[in-house]
Ligand binder design. Sequence first.
Ligand code: CIR
Length: 403
Amino acid sequence: MTTSSTRVDAVDSEVGRLRTVLLHRPGAELQRLTPRNNDTLLFDGIPWVGRAQEEHDAFADVLRGHQVEVLYLADLLAETLAVPQARRACIDAVLTDPRHGDTLRAVLRAHLDDLHPDDLAQVLIAGLAHDELRGGRGLVYDLMNRRDFVVDPLPNLLFTRDSAVWIADQVAVTSLAMSARRRETSLTAAIYRHHPRFAGTEAVYGPDLESLEGGDVLLLGPGVVAVGTGERTTPAGVERLARNVLGQGLAHTVLAVPIAQDRATMHLDTVCTMVDEDAILVYPNVADELTAVALRWADGDLVGQPSEPFVDAAATALGIDALRTIETGLDPVTAEREQWDDGNNTLAIGPRLAVAYERNVETNARLEESGIEVVRIPGSELGSGRGGPRCMSCPVRRETARR
Ligand SMILES: NC(=O)NCCC[C@H](N)C(=O)O
């Protein structure tokens, strides 16, 4: 087990040199996807799992090749589950499912209580099918469809950005909006609370609060946090995060950014990501309409400024003349296709150095024309979950950006 040390985990921008990142290599939970359940489980297709793993390994290799420490969620979880309190919290989260009823719940608790931490981690991630439950009995169990799950799998765990996000030296364990994903945060909360690697880490947000997803949270620069509000993060979630972050002095400005309540734009990071300290890659079909309300802290309360164009509000908050914008694609149709395929969803390893899916040819060319080095990774199978390099990574430590 890795132990805590003097290293300081903290993130204050999207582009500071990336030092440590949390990933989840997709596994058995993706094998659970079928045409019957893929919509409910928020996948747009049935991925070829072996190829998805190869693509994910290529992503991790690129990061390691750039001297980034890669932590794997499944390893941390198995280690965390050696701690009795963590184990209890993760099992309790499974047993809150109202579909179980008392008899099945009791059988399931006994089954989970018996598992070795490694096997428990596996069940918490990949779920438990009807026939995998030893000694299953009772009305609920007997009437269940044999192909259904007693514990639902978490195929979206791969999108580690959403279930927790670092803001300065604190972690925000989020409150996921979609029922298919809600249990993910019981795992991230347990890891950050109980794993020795994160001993002493404070949490600025928790899973019982208003809906907030990490894909909506962009650290535009030190002290400036943009939060999208749309399909996943509610205005109340932005307000709560702003209260906590500004109230504790972790930032001076939170920008609330309304986005369309559509699947294609489910998070702010599906329409824009930072690629340099003063540059964003943005989906042109929405760029002109993006607005922001700047929230600041004054006299112990939140104060909102009048709404203004997002790029202007961002530049003011960052203290720069203008935010450079680089647009997805070449024309509205290419932009729409490449935005859907996560062309906007880049992960910066450092200023002007971004990881992107290779398939978004036009967008990547535009980035390079604008002086951004692009490290291309394959994503044909990973993309069926509708997420790109940014969604698939939770930076834990970045060097402080210059600004
Ligand atoms: N930050 C992101 O945009 N994450 C992608 C999440 C995709 C996942 N299938 C979901 O619908 O939540």
